[in-house]
Ligand binder design. Structure first.
Ligand SMILES: [Zn+2]
Length: 295
């Protein structure tokens, strides 16, 4: 074959392969690490005090092509010792978890999956950061405002626990938000540059709370909102958390309500958007759990 034809064939081949490259598969799976039964009235406005419903402690495993990241970690393998050290005894009747605990790392390993290279925390409270130490090789990304809380840990239900996040080996990094509006949020960080996995600040519950928008391969869109509210029912009602609990765990009550209102407005504008609070068992039961994947 003459040289120029050979080069032409190679060039065509390259163009064809560039065109044929499929978009990365984007999917997620809910890794339920533990749960606790609580009075419905604590989680759902107008709910019953005698009826109990589950509050989940979940991590969200997200796949983008070859990359895997974990949004929140739920309860980790050291939770018993962490709880013993940092949850004062007088709070234990009100803020607890039930056995069995199935840490995310354990579930991934049992399934033969590689561990994620990146952990993003919605915020650093005990029931979200409990598994950080289980992923020593991962980068752990938080908002800059959250890193300030992490540098000054405190105990209790609304604290950032030294037992979980003070380890010298944790590879912290900050989420570098850009002035690029996304879904009504003024600042955002597009993790892969294709609009599929986008983190936004939703302050209030803690100064550095973040949410994560995820568009999976089918086009379905999800919004993981951490603890801005404990249930979608509460967001729909625009309701604050049960007063006693909200006062304990929400860093800034009005800012939290503003963040709830923003999610609520978005739900009205985008009825097909699936909002997933970290603890909402009703929403998560309907979506299914690891090793089931939503694509
Ligand atoms: Zn929280």
């Amino acid at each position: 074959m003459p040289a120029f034809l050979y080069r032409l064939a190679i060039a065509c081949c390259l163009i064809a392969s560039a065109r044929a490259e499929p978009p990365p598969e984007v999917s997620f799976s809910i890794v339920k690490t533990a749960r606790v039964a609580v009075a419905e009235a604590l989680l759902v406005p107008g709910g019953s005090f005698s009826k109990k419903i589950d509050s989940n402690f979940s991590a969200f495993l997200i796949r983008h092509g070859e990359n895997t990241l974990l949004f929140d970690t739920g309860m980790g393998s050291q939770i018993a010792a962490q709880y013993q050290q940092d949850m004062p005894p007088w709070w234990r009747p009100f803020f607890k978890y039930e056995s069995p605990v199935r840490p995310a790392r354990q579930q991934l390993q049992e399934a033969g999956m590689a561990l994620p290279g990146l952990v993003v925390l919605s915020h650093s409270h005990w029931d979200h950061a409990g598994g950080v130490q289980d992923f020593p090789d991962a980068r752990v990304a938080v908002a800059a405002a959250e890193l300030a809380a992490i540098r000054q840990p405190s105990s209790g239900p609304g604290g950032t626990w030294a037992s979980q996040i003070a380890g010298a080996g944790i590879r912290w990094e900050t989420l570098d938000f850009q002035a690029r509006p996304h879904r009504g949020y003024a600042r955002s960080l597009d993790l892969f540059g294709d609009g599929r996995v986008v983190v936004v600040p939703i302050p209030g519950h803690t100064p550095g709370s973040v949410g994560l928008f995820l568009k999976v391969s089918s086009g379905r869109e999800f919004f993981f909102v951490g603890d801005v509210a404990w249930t979608v029912a509460a967001i729909r009602a625009g309701a604050p958390k049960f007063w006693a609990a909200g006062r304990l765990v929400d860093g800034h009550a009005q800012q939290t309500l503003d963040s709830v209102a923003q999610v609520r407005t978005l739900m009205q504008q985008l009825p097909e958007l699936v909002v997933v609070p970290a603890h909402d068992s009703a929403v998560q039961d309907a979506l299914g759990y690891f090793p089931q994947w939503l694509r």
